[in-house]
Design a protein around this ligand. Structure first.
Ligand code: FEO
Length: 392
């Protein structure tokens, strides 16, 4: 098992999950890693563990450096089981190790594993001397769970922020400059959109708490370690946390007999005529976790569904349930659809858009059965109107 010394006497000893494609509903086409870091100092310290089924991988990496029974401290920055799943087995090997965590971390670990381990609770701002190094802890609640905290090592200029700044990428490379920035940006954006987006205000607070720290390496718990693109990823996080997006439109739709689809393409035509770039996402051919990444970067979101059984299509219902949970802010919304009778889908979607407090400058369009040529011209004009509004 390869281990990587990321700083003198600090080693990456995590696990690589090459096969995972579904991370609680999020499509992880590139797999992921669970990063754990071993610090060799007077007190041997492990920061986070790995998902339970990669325990052997973690253990064999630790064994290449040190006898695992000699671990003194295990820092648990975050309770979620992708980072704590190996704690029960590991603590059988080093039963005297202290588990360092936040107050909510202790509560969460007790609820998950029903064990009264040797806990040491740390508050935000607390420090722990492990020999040559002193570890600093900063709580960053809701990035990703209420228990989340970061570990910062000033002497190594190293930040271990757990989920924050992560990306779901399985690779044998460990550092950002070993992969393309475009790939990293895409996966970091997808990760932010699907995991962190609801907590923009908390991300802002976390960024403020970390501001001013002397950092030359950010080693998250998923994906690659940042050392060359730190200004770039911080800039992206500041933008996403402020719910800023680009002047482009995203059309998310499904269709039964092609009418709503015709409307979607007429809207695209009108928007493009106004000089607005458009991304088309058919719900039948795109995964909702990929569409959410487009939502993160698009200022205008157009949602289209015909009415089926007095409501919207199930694909749109599923997407909107996911969207409501992730709560993107500061967006312009527009709703369209077609119907035979009833026609309730459009109104139901409008209600959700209003619940999200999106701007809705143009009335929705709901057409009976199949749109004719004149109606499609009008839909195109609506697209132009939306485009002009977006360019304002
Ligand atoms: Fe990677 Fe919130 O766990």
């Amino acid at each position: 098992m390869n281990i990587v010394e990321i700083k003198p006497d600090i080693y990456w000893v995590g696990g690589i999950d090459w096969d995972i494609r579904n991370f609680h509903g999020y499509l992880t086409q590139r797999g992921t890693t669970y990063n754990a870091y071993l610090i060799i100092d007077k007190k041997i310290t492990l920061v986070d563990t790995v998902k339970h089924y990669l325990f052997d991988e973690l253990l064999s990496r630790i064994k290449e450096i040190v006898d695992p029974s000699k671990i003194d401290y295990i820092i648990s920055n975050h309770v979620e089981m992708d980072h704590t799943g190996s704690l029960p087995k590991l603590l059988q090997i080093c039963p005297n190790a202290k588990v360092i965590t936040s107050t909510r971390g202790e509560k969460g670990l007790k609820r998950h594993y029903k064990k009264d381990w040797n806990f040491k609770v740390v508050q935000s701002g607390d420090t722990l001397n492990i020999g040559k190094r002193t570890l600093h802890f900063v709580h960053i609640p809701m990035v990703h769970w209420p228990d989340s905290m970061v570990t910062y090592i000033p002497s190594d200029k190293l930040l271990l922020p757990n989920d924050a700044f992560g990306q779901h990428i399985a690779s044998s490379e460990r550092f950002d400059d070993e992969l393309e920035w475009g790939t990293l940006q895409e996966e970091a954006a997808k990760y932010y959109a699907n995991i962190v987006m609801p907590y923009g205000d908390q991300v802002k607070k976390a960024l403020a708490a970390l501001d001013g720290l002397d950092i030359d390496m950010i080693a998250p718990s998923h994906g690659i370690i940042w050392r060359s693109y730190i200004p770039q990823i911080l800039k992206e996080y500041q933008k996403w946390a402020a719910y800023e997006s680009d002047d482009k439109a995203l059309i998310v739709y499904d269709s039964m007999w092609g009418s709503t689809e015709k409307m979607a393409y007429a809207l695209q035509d009108g928007l493009e005529e106004s000089g607005i770039p458009v991304t088309m996402r058919n719900l039948r051919t795109n995964h909702i976790s990929d569409i959410i990444t487009d939502v993160l970067t698009s200022k205008m979101i157009l949602l289209g569904s015909p009415t089926l059984n007095n409501t919207m299509l199930p694909t749109m219902g599923k997407f909107l349930t996911y969207l409501k949970g992730l709560r993107p802010k500061n967006r312009i919304g527009f709703v369209f659809g077609s119907y035979g009778w009833g026609g309730q889908a459009v109104g139901e979607i409008v209600k959700i858009v209003k619940d999200l407090s999106w701007d809705t400058p143009v009335d929705s369009v709901n057409l009976n059965y199949v749109p004719d040529e004149k109606e499609l011209v009008d839909v195109k004009k609506t697209g132009e109107k939306l485009g002009k509004y977006l360019k304002k």
